[in-house]
Design a protein around this ligand. Structure first.
Ligand SMILES: Cc1cc2nc3c(=O)[nH]c(=O)nc-3n(C[C@H](O)[C@H](O)[C@H](O)COP(=O)(O)OP(=O)(O)OC[C@H]3O[C@@H](n4cnc5c(N)ncnc54)[C@H](O)[C@@H]3O)c2cc1C
Length: 320
């Protein structure tokens, strides 16, 4: 495997795209955990840059992957060989036509939620407390307060692994709980069907949901939101036993547990916060410890929701 950090690759890519190519960019800057070593990061100015980069990386044998707002990722401490294609400005348009809204993948989801609510369209307004991009929300099928992206998605425009644009209909996106099955693609746009509702009412709801998130979670500390998915429990699960991952972790007495610079949040046990110089190694060690103790106490096998990214940009499993 060739690395995207090779200066010849960086220079040749920079010649081919309109956007900027940032060598040795610290990934801690691009992750809400504020963790991660150096990588080559492309900031595409337009969809064509994504196509050019994907084709060029393929030819050079360099792995690549799309990054949104980095709010559900853990990057390695020693950085990446993969090219990071950071989807943000330039791919953040917002257009309404006959009740269907087309949202650029680089648009922050809270902004899309607020703007559609203010315009009197409901459906994605509950995403106001999910601090990711539209693209990352789609890939994760993110959701909260009972709403998920899959509820509103009609179709997606993606760049496939060969650098060709393709439409994917919602039924073919493989959405499930906090998952999609889009494969190795870059989401460029999502078209969602929203319903016309009273703007004042929607804005009030959006505001109160946002306040609820801020008051109930360590929203402004470096973290990635929920570390583990909520478990699927058997029907025989006794009343009064913890049901969510956060409840299981809290009831195992793990709130406030710290490894290095990372702590199980005393405010919400399924959030691990970087309290200083936390590293990816600290996060993973804490995840292993919590998973072990919850399994021992409640017999529940916690599955990571955060994506652990390996040097090649692929999602890695949490080592035992
Ligand atoms: C404080 C806090 C609260 C949170 N609360 C919630 C919550 O309530 N509900 C919830 O579901 N999540 C929550 N999260 C997690 C996170 O915000 C969501 O998963 C979010 O949708 C991730 O979007 P992102 O742009 O940050 O994606 P990233 O973290 O950048 O990426 C996540 C995955 O999506 C892929 N990806 C990103 N953009 C694209 C693209 N354009 N094309 C192809 N692949 C792409 C990445 O390769 C990666 O596999 C929270 C996180 C934080 C920090």
């Amino acid at each position: 495997m060739t690395t995207a950090r090779d200066p010849r690759f960086v220079a040749a890519l920079a010649e081919r795209v309109q956007g900027s190519v940032r060598p040795d960019d610290l990934l801690s800057r691009w992750s809400t955990y504020r963790i991660g070593g150096p990588a080559t990061v492309l900031m595409p100015a337009q969809a064509e840059d994504v196509a050019v980069a994907v084709r060029f990386a393929n030819e050079a044998g360099v792995p690549w992957f799309a990054l949104g707002l980095g709010s559900n990722l853990l990057f390695p401490d020693d950085g990446l060989d993969a090219l990071v294609i950071r989807i943000g400005k330039g791919l953040d348009r917002m257009v309404e036509q006959a009740g269907e809204w087309t949202l650029g993948a680089g648009l922050p989801a809270p902004l899309a939620a607020k703007r559609t609510a203010a315009a009197g369209w409901g459906g994605i307004h509950k995403m106001v407390g999910v601090p990711g991009s539209v693209g990352g929300g789609i890939v994760m099928n993110a959701g909260c307060h009972g709403a998920e992206w899959r509820d509103t998605v009609v179709r997606l425009l993606v760049m496939d692994a060969s650098g060709a644009e393709r439409v994917v209909w919602a039924a073919d996106a493989g959405f499930s709980y906090r998952r999609s099955a889009l494969g190795h693609v870059v989401v460029l746009e999502a078209t969602v069907a929203l319903a016309q509702e009273d703007a004042t009412h929607l804005e009030a709801e959006t505001e109160s949901l946002y306040r609820w998130r801020k008051d109930g979670t360590p929203f402004n500390q470096p973290c990635c939101g929920s570390v583990f998915q909520n478990p699927v429990l058997p029907e025989s699960w006794p009343d009064g036993h913890p049901r969510t991952s956060g409840q299981c972790i809290e009831a195992a007495g793990l709130k406030g547990l710290r490894v290095g610079g990372v702590e199980v949040s005393p405010m919400h046990a399924n959030y691990f916060v970087n309290v200083g110089d936390g590293t990816a190694a600290d996060v993973m060690a804490l995840m292993r410890r919590v998973r072990h103790d919850v399994e021992a106490r409640w017999g529940v096998n916690l599955i990571p929701e955060v994506k652990l990214i390996g040097r090649d940009g692929q999602v890695a499993a949490l080592a035992p």
